[in-house]
Every structure is written in C-alpha cells, then in structure tokens.
Ligand binder design. Structure first.
Ligand code: AKB
Length: 322
C-alpha cells in the first residue's frame, strides 16, 4: 500500500480549540475551497466561516457526513470532534456517543468511499494509573479511568483494525495538553494551562483546579499543527504504528508554569483549589516517550516551556489588551 495525496479535506469539530486553527493551517497548504470545516452547534469565528466552506453537522448522523463527502469529493477526514475528559465525566453516555459513534461513521464513510486518509487524534487520556508515570513508552498498559480515555483507547484499536482489515489509511497521535491563544479549550483537564494565561494577563490572579505539584505533558499549538500535517503526510512505508503515536513537547507542574509566567507579570498570584479534575490528572503520566514518532515520521517539537510562555504572553497580551 502506498500513500495517496490529500487534496480535498473535511474537518469535524472545527470550532474547537485545535480544529479551528487546524482548518486555517490546512487552508494555507491545500487551498481555502479544498478544506471543508464542520461543527456541531457552536458558532464559528469569522475567519473560519469566511475563508472557506463551513457546515453544521451531527457527526453521529452518518448521512450528513456522507452527503458532504459526496458534495465536495472529499478524500481525507481529520476527525477533531470529541467530548474531552472533564466534560466526559459529567456526561459519559454523550462522550461515548460523540467519540465512538462519530468515529465509526467517519471510518465507515472512509471505507465505503475509499478515502485516501483519516486522521483521528488520540490523547494521553488513553493511559491510566497502572501505566508507568514517567517517560511512558509507546507500548504500555492502557487502562484509562475516564470515559474519554476509554473512547480514545477504543478509537486507536478501531483505527488500527480498519487499517489492517479494510486497508483504510487511518493515523493518529496521543496528544498531551495543548496550549494556544486563539480559541479556548473546553471540557479538558489540561485546560488550566490555557486559562492561567488569560487570567494572569487580565486579572493578575488565577485559582487553579489542579494542585501546584501536578505535572502533565503539554505542547504549544504551532507544534500541534505541525504534528498533524507531518503525520498526515508521512510516507506510509515508514510507519510501523498507525493510530497510537506518543507525541510530546514539554512537561511541567502547575507551579512551574505559574513561576514562568511571573517572570513576565511579577504581580501575578496563583491559588490552588483542586476539584474532580485532580483525580483525572493523577491518573495520567507526567512525561511520555515519543521516540517511535521521532523515528517513523520525523516528529520534533520547536517549543519548550520558556519559548511557549514568552510567545503566549506576547500574542495573548496583544489580543486581550490591544
Ligand atoms: C483533556 O484534558 O481532556 C485533553 C486531552 C489531554 O486530551 N486536553
């Protein structure tokens, strides 16, 4: 099997934190009209809506997805629609419905229409308390304790199944927390690492919902976008893994992030009031080993904690304070 080029792309979940920036990045590479953005209910920003096609769909309704794939002659789907870890614990059945029924629809459409590629990101939520917590290897124990994590492990397995059983070229990486300044994340456990910047700049105070010493793997958005484009374009001959690549860029505790922000905003004060998300964070590794991604498709991030913080403070201050 050799990789077919991606020409006309559909993105689900395109109003979300990663989806909204991924669509704009893909439009730069593949042309505005060749990247169809879809979302569920949230209104898309002007840039997303005006720069190319946008449609509202319910990913659980297969005909809606199929209709757009036919209408635009789509050959690739980036499946970004998902209910994240914290939101998923509030509504586990909805999390299963969106994440699993949505994914199987994407995979079935890809199989029937013989699409060139499906990109379906996984997450560090695939790991659990029994997983080694430091420098977690790619091949390891996957016994998550959240519904989101359950759907991510099942999604990895399902993607690999569709590859081996039906020859559908499905790929995905286990994303850590993603930090960005354009669209806020929603419903995740790593969301604190974005909220903290907004509050530091606007109010000089933040109450963190995780403990000060909670360490998690993280990545800045430019690296995240690069990981999507690079994995999607990697020659298939070089891939031994398909849907379960560990990827990471940095690991830090909530306290270490606060200290880094204080270098730019010395009056910034942080309090810690852990809630139900602490148990989720405690079940995830502190750092992960991404050597298969580095070896098989050349993964290499550009941003560490200090570069990311400097850029976030600069860009977000410009946006929030003008
Ligand atoms: C979450 O916190 O649920 C997500 C993730 C790590 O997948 N950001």
């Amino acid at each position: 099997m050799s990789s077919r080029p991606m020409k006309r792309i559909l993105v689900t979940g395109s109003v979300g934190q990663i989806g909204s920036e991924l669509v704009m990045e893909l439009r730069k590479h593949y042309g505005n009209e060749n990247v169809v953005a879809t979302g569920h209910r949230t209104k898309p920003g002007d840039a997303l809506r005006e720069s190319g096609p946008f449609h509202f769909i319910r990913i659980q309704e297969r005909q809606q997805l199929e209709g757009l794939v036919e209408q635009y002659d789509i050959d690739t789907i980036f499946n970004m629609a998902a209910i994240l870890s914290a939101a998923g614990e509030k509504r586990p059945q909805l999390c299963w419905d969106v994440n699993m029924n949505g994914l199987i629809n994407v995979l079935e459409v890809a199989r029937e229409k013989e699409l060139a590629r499906v990109i379906n990101p996984s997450s560090i939520a695939a790991f659990g308390p029994e997983t080694p917590g430091k420098n977690t290897p790619n091949e390891t124990i996957l016994k998550p304790k959240t519904m989101y994590g359950v759907t991510k492990v099942a999604g990895e397995l399902l993607g690999d199944y569709y590859f081996h059983r039906f020859g559908v070229d499905v790929r995905g990486m286990r994303l850590p927390g993603v930090i960005s300044y354009k669209t806020l994340p929603g419903g995740g456990t790593t969301d604190y690492a974005v909220e903290i910047f907004y509050e530091a700049i606007k109010n000089k105070r933040y109450t963190c919902f995780l403990k000060e010493d909670t360490v998690l793997p993280m990545m800045y958005m430019p690296d995240t976008l690069k990981s999507f484009i690079d994995l999607a374009n990697a020659p298939i001959e070089g891939l031994k893994h398909h849907c379960d690549f560990n990827v990471t860029a940095m690991s830090f505790s909530a306290g270490e992030l606060a200290a880094e922000i204080k270098k730019y905003i010395p009056e910034f004060e942080v309090g810690y009031e852990p809630d139900f998300r602490q148990a989720i964070a405690d079940s995830w590794p502190q750092s992960i080993d991404d050597s298969p991604a580095r070896e098989e498709w050349g993964w290499s991030p550009d941003y560490n904690l200090s570069r990311m913080t400097k850029d976030m403070i600069e860009k977000l201050s410009e946006r929030l304070l003008g």
